[in-house]
Design a protein around this ligand. Structure first.
Ligand code: UDP
Length: 328
């Protein structure tokens, strides 16, 4: 039985990865320090013989007994609110954390994949973004702690690949949504759905003309698995190229939820990318992958998840913190 370590196991993507690898017949070791992850996301796996969980901070030395075939480093805060609240931890998990994972992969002879991000392209001047684009990142802005950690993570991973011949994979993940997103993490989809469910107006930042391209989580996980088993050490974009403005997206959420609320406009956060759309030519040709679940279907599945949450969960919100991040 192959053994895989997944860091960030209790997070949105980590929990879906744990499920997928358990289903594919792996022994899965999940690791998380629960700073942004939640045990609730993986508690249904705890009864399984081939799932273990370590409550550990990957920025500190990692010890895992036994063999490891794969390591997937998915631990990181991943929303603008999180970077603002825990900027140092964000930088540490993307630097010290990946260094520990690389050392472990080298010691175990494991193949390592890192979760990189479309944030390496910053506020892009090339559109859509191919892997060959080097990006437009502000290192000292509020997003810099995340963007630069992820860029460093790519650099050190590539250095271990070339210098130590380690088998490595780099997935550049574009906006992804689905069940188990944190309602209060400030991301646009849980923000809008949470507002609709609580009977609040939907907050559009800026004039709503900025674009994003949303990928349903199951499609993303399939792309990740294919990339892991490919022989490509270079970065590969995984995302859904179906682009939409945030204004249109708000209209879709209003139609989906049937809310009577309206949209209200707030200031645009600093360095908020104006446009984002993956060029997935490489994933299509190299992995034979492309997304299959359209936004209508994906949003219905995601809405069903959010509707199943308790009143208490719906009321938990960190939105006040976001004000610090708004341009004055
Ligand atoms: N956004 C918004 N209202 C909200 C939360 C976010 O209009 O309540 C905007 C945000 O400014 C950005 C887009 O939605 O332009 C996507 O934001 P998110 O944080 O989900 O992802 P990212 O900016 O990292 O792509």
């Amino acid at each position: 039985m192959k053994r895989v370590l997944i860091t960030g196991a209790a997070g949105f993507l980590g929990s879906h990865l744990c499920e997928r690898f358990v289903k594919d017949g792996y022994h899965v070791i999940g690791m998380d320090n629960l700073i942004t992850g939640r045990l609730k996301n993986i508690e249904h796996l705890f009864t399984l013989a081939h799932f273990e969980f370590y409550n550990h901070d990957v920025s500190k030395f990692i010890h895992v007994p036994g063999e490891l075939n794969y390591i997937l480093h998915f631990a990181s805060p991943a929303s603008p609110i999180d970077y603002l609240k825990i900027p140092i931890q964000t930088l540490k998990v993307g630097s010290l954390g990946i260094h520990n994972c690389l050392g472990l992969a080298k010691a175990k002879g494991a193949r390592l994949m890192i979760a990189s991000t479309s944030e390496v392209y910053g506020d892009p001047s090339v559109h859509p973004q191919p892997e060959s684009y080097w990006g437009n990142v502000n290192p000292v802005g509020p997003r810099g702690v995340y963007d630069e950690a992820k860029r460093f993570q790519e650099a050190i991973t590539m250095a271990y690949h070339t210098y130590h011949s380690l088998e490595t994979r780099i997935v550049r993940i574009f906006n992804t949504y689905g069940p188990r997103m944190r309602l209060n993490d400030g991301r646009v989809l849980p923000a809008f759905i949470g507002q609709a469910l609580r009977g609040e107006d939907l907050t559009i930042f800026g004039d709503g003309s900025q674009t994003r391209s949303f990928c349903y989580v199951d499609d993303l996980i399939e792309g990740i698995v294919r990339l892991l088993h490919s022989d490509c050490p270079d970065p590969v974009n995984i995302g859904n190229p179906d682009q939409i403005t945030i204004g249109q997206f708000a209209e879709e959420i209003i139609a989906l939820t049937g809310t009577n609320q309206k949209v209200i406009y707030k200031d645009l956060p600093i360095d908020d990318p104006k446009q984002r759309q993956p060029d997935i030519t490489k994933a299509r040709t190299l992995l034979g992958w492309e997304p299959k679940i359209d936004r209508k279907e994906g949003l219905q599945r995601t809405y069903a998840y959010f509707r199943s949450l308790s009143e208490d969960e719906l009321r938990q919100t960190d939105h006040n913190n976001f004000d610090q991040y708004i341009t004055k």
